[in-house]
Ligand binder design. Sequence first.
Ligand code: SAH
Length: 693
Amino acid sequence: MKTFCGRANPTTGSMEWLEEGEDYDYHQEIARSRYADMLHDKDRNVKYYQGIRAAVSRVKERGEKAIVLDIGTGTGLLSMMAASAGADFCYAIEVFKPMANAAVKIVEKNGFSDKIKVINKHSTEVTVGPDGDMQCRANILVTELFDTELIGEGALPTYEHAHKFLVQEGCEAVPHRATVYVQLVESRRMWSWKKLFPVHVEAEDGEKVLVPPSEMENCPGVPSVCDIQLNQMPSSDFSPLSDVVTMFSVDFSKPVQSASTYYRVQLEPVKSGKAQIVLSWWDIDMDPSGMINCTMAPYWVKPTSALQWRDHWMQCVYFLPREEPVVQGEKLYLTACRDEYSVWYNLQRAREGENKADKEEPEADVCVESPVCRCRAHLLWNRPRFGELNDQNRTRQYIRSLRKVLKTDSVCLCISDGSLLPVLAHYLGAKQVCHLGSGCMQPSRIDFYHRSNHLEDKIKIIEARPELLKPSHLEDKKISVLVGEPFFTTSLLPWHNLYFWYARTAVSTHLVSNVTVLPQSASLHMMIVEFQDLWRIRSPCGTCEGFDVQTMDDMIKDSLNFRESKEAEPHPLWEYPCKSLSDPQQVLTFDFTKTVPQHCLSTQGSVKLLRKGKSHGAVLWMEYHLTADISVSTGLMQLSNEKGNCEWNPHCKQAVYFFSSVIESEIQSDPTAVTYAINFDTKTGEIAMDFKL
Ligand code: SAH
């Protein structure tokens, strides 16, 4: 079946109709899936195997047949482990059709077809009985349905249903239990992902302070989980206010309830400070004794030597509804509320005169509703964007460059989503300031911010696509200064923000002939890197704990090559350390003082590999040249040191192009080089690249 999907091109802004075959979604899902990462997760695999062996033994010791239910079998891995451990029969359930098909092949290739039945259904559709999918209920329940937040992939309703309909009472479960841990911290860095800080501007007539809307003060934000590689957060960026405490546990061998509920613990701050953030992670015990434990604990809790890198399970950052000053030793209650799929947190002070003994039953009001943004800011700006807007260094660069280009008679138009530039331009003396929402995309209403700073009649918001801009929008004036960060919410890859160039081209007739454009130009940069760990997510696995999973590798490779266009993918590299193997190289430039040319922009060349290492791929990012001497980078923040360590912009995702074959450079006397060809098609806004090692 073919369907046509309409979408706005993120770079050019034009509407396109793409013909999407049924396969398209499959390939996207497989190519970007976490299956490879899970298969590379040695610690997880080994512990599942140990847990499964122990569970099969316990059942056999009772003289029973071992009948396994594996919900979400994926490649079939856990069922094959169970069969190898002596299970009599396994029902392997997988809802995602391409995976279920792959599981059938993998099971067959490994010689387990007579012991494992793959069922392509959602577990809640599975039937039990003589004519059912399963002959009888299972006595061993094996699953791996967890995300970083533990329950976000629907583990609770799946377990609830399985205990009611698919497994026997008193069954063995692998994992046996999961426990969620929390730690209360103060962190300006992480808090800057939720709250906008005041912005200070030195204006002609004294210092101006831009204040965030008061509604933001108590706004709970958005419910989506903030999951990050907490191991990349240096200890200097946060300050623990409590010990690590157990928040709640789930015993998977007993009936599980998925209905909304809450858990409460008492905390005594180990330090006075501002409670802002709850850091959280979980562990799973593969057996009842807790001897086989797989934990996501970060480096300061667990010795670094024992850390297993993984991207499919990370750690969570929860933002308290408001910042709460806490005093060392006082009594606090931390409440975790959850529904079927998500968790959120609340901090309360113990009321005076209340003592531990009668504190068993918390009041009914502790469980507040799932966070819903009331201030609108959390709908306009996502967490990295908050961080970017709060980055004072960055703001300073924009203020410095605006000051250089603005004059008292400037008519200024800003094209960027949810940007503070119009407000800065106003304070820095522009006569007239307009803000163009990106129109064809999401509305970029930022009027709540203008209102809180009494600027609603100072900055005109024009809700129109750039090509539909009319002289009347601008009160028949011509634009003398065109500004952009540029930033657009629809951008996924760094060069998608080149939409600014297309918008600039579309508004050309409204510009004075000697218009100033800020940024005046942009450049695309590239560097060859060796990843410490990220390579695993796209690297074939071959065998996993002795099982041949090459079928899965082939399937991923197929999907990556689908349409024969390998693409770069966005990753926030501050979370994924890498070593530079080449110098950064500027590969393309884009002149914003001119309109987008008709012809393609292309370049080719070679980069020398300067260091010993494995070339996993190329990293690409954009730099914006605000004025002749002021630039901002969305990628590399400074040249890497002699070891090749890199510091990346912490608010942006960079583009990563994984090479299909890795080369190991030995670099002694004879440096190797990587040749590249990069083409920016100005019609489609797409960047095609090719690398040869
Ligand atoms: N068990 C495999 C794969 C785990 S990934 C391993 O450990 O390597 C989880 C898989 O479960 C995904 O393939 C997803 O499609 C599937 N899944 C999730 N919930 C399910 C449900 N309720 N019924 C059937 N499949 C489910």
